[in-house]
Ligand binder design. Structure first.
Ligand code: MN
Length: 475
């Protein structure tokens, strides 16, 4: 009995037994690539060779240009009938999951030596010359390399996109020509998806993939496609409202075991609203409505990701509805606008229901009563001017909205930043204060912002790690 038979229980799995004697076929040699949704998604390449199907498992799909060699794990020979197999391998069996034919056709064998195979594919998707070769210590360690240039001209996938930003505004006089969406109260993230892998980057280009493992499975839904997505990581509360407070439990966690636990207690959803690149085509220059249509066609909808719709016009109704549901506000995007990374242009506007923005923490005051000895209030500020001229302006203080955990964490973070004098230029802030280097950024909700830039009735919402303090301006 061969390795193939040993690994499988044919009373349970629908896979071919290999008992049928393979008839000698005349004609061209056949190949298949099966997309195998096992515990980890991968692609199985099988080549008809000497009466069996020689097999490799390719974790990141078959490369389409000579620039990237990819790992190919040599697996046991499969019976020839396997070239036609599609189906569900039941849970508990070897390779449990869905096996689907991704491409098949014939190939020409150009070289077949121990440790090196060169072939030329003639399939529907897979065409051209490839080499498979041993690389690595173990018998099973191989690589696959495309020899021919790419079949079609491809735009390179961008590696780091600073997300496009929305300008704070009031409702435009006319909403014709605008797409209107909910403003999601979370943290922005760009997802770079390639076969079998996904990388999430925050707006300050930090790799946050490991912090949000539940989003990774999105790449399975994309299969062999390449895509760059723009969206917001959101934690929903019991009422289904985005909760920036809940998200706090995830933003600051990097320890793997804590992340695993919080993933259950404070799950996040990646809310996708833009598509910047798809299968070798840069979409950033395409109008928003085109990008959205292409995004919707992907049908990205899963346990930890979704693609909410948008409306054309009806901004007023949507803003009212968002207020009614306790949401932060709406975002308007010009239907004809292109994607401009890192820019706050007039083609994306955010209209908020309550005053809400980030402030730099420039100091703190001790608490009284129950909070005696601890933190009482934060002193807020924002930057004005550029370069040498840059100055921190005092914007008042906020003494509510803290959880017990916030109070502790804030003190822990603020104490090492202590400094003698006030960091504020102009109005120096209250005299009874512990001043700090202006590094930490706090998200503050407020009822009113006075004409001279002072926060009234403010409430602390959380710390922001995705924004450098020097970028904090009055909105
Ligand atoms: Mn497999």
């Amino acid at each position: 009995m061969g390795e193939y038979e040993r690994k499988r229980d044919f009373a349970v799995t629908p896979e071919p037994t290999g008992k049928k004697r393979a008839r000698r076929r005349k004609g061209a040699l056949r190949f298949v690539v099966q997309e195998h949704g096992a515990r980890r998604l991968h692609w199985d390449l099988r080549l008809e060779h000497e009466g069996a199907a020689a097999s490799w498992a390719i974790p990141n799909g078959i490369p389409d240009d000579p620039g990237h060699n990819r790992k190919a794990v040599r697996t046991e020979d499969h019976p020839l009938e396997y070239l036609d197999f599609e189906g569900e391998i039941p849970a508990g069996e070897y390779g449990a999951g869905t096996m689907r034919i991704w491409d098949r056709g014939t190939y020409e064998c150009l070289k077949w030596e121990a440790g090196k195979v060169v072939v030329s594919f003639a399939g529907e998707q897979l065409r051209g010359r490839y080499a498979l070769f041993r690389a690595g210590a173990a018998e099973k360690d191989w690589m696959i390399h495309r020899i021919d240039p790419p079949e079609t001209e491809r735009d390179p996938m961008p590696e780091s996109v600073v997300p496009m930003l929305a300008r704070p505004a009031r409702l435009p006089a006319s909403d014709a020509g605008w797409a209107v969406e909910v403003k999601w109260d979370g943290v922005r993230a760009i997802a770079y998806c390639q076969p079998g892998r996904l990388r999430l980057e925050s707006r300050n280009l930090r790799d946050v993939t490991a912090q949000y493992p539940e989003v990774r499975r999105l790449s399975r839904q994309l299969g062999a496609r390449d895509a760059v997505l723009d969206g917001e990581l959101v934690a929903f509360d019991e009422a289904g409202r985005p909760s920036f407070e809940r998200l706090q439990q995830r933003i600051h966690q990097t320890s793997e075991s804590v992340v695993r636990r919080r993933m259950k207690s404070h799950p996040v959803t990646y809310v996708v609203f833009d598509l910047l690149h798809l299968d070798g085509e840069d979409l950033m220059a395409a109008p928003y409505h085109h990008r959205r249509a292409a995004l919707e066609e992907l049908g990205l909808d899963g346990p930890s990701w979704q693609t909410p719709g948008y409306s054309r016009g009806r901004a007023k109704e949507l803003l009212a509805a968002s207020a009614e549901h306790g949401l932060e506000g709406i975002v308007l995007k010009r239907l004809e606008s292109r994607y401009v990374p890192g820019k706050r242009t007039g083609s994306w506007l955010k209209v908020k229901n309550v005053g809400r923005q980030e402030f730099v923490i420039g100091g703190w005051q001790s608490g009284e009563g129950r909070r005696r000895g601890g933190l009482g209030a934060l002193l807020l500020g924002y930057f004005e001017g550029e370069g040498e001229e840059r100055e921190l302006r005092y914007a008042g203080k906020v003494g509510t909205g803290f959880s017990a955990r916030d109070l502790e964490e804030l003190l822990e973070r603020l104490r090492p930043l202590g400094r003698k004098g006030s960091p504020f230029a102009g109005r120096r802030g209250p005299r009874q204060a512990h001043f700090v280097e202006p590094r930490l950024v706090a998200e503050i909700e407020f009822r009113e912002l006075t004409a001279d830039g002072m926060v009234r009735h403010g409430s602390f919402k959380g710390l922001r790690e995705d924004k450098p303090a020097t970028e904090v301006r009055l909105e």
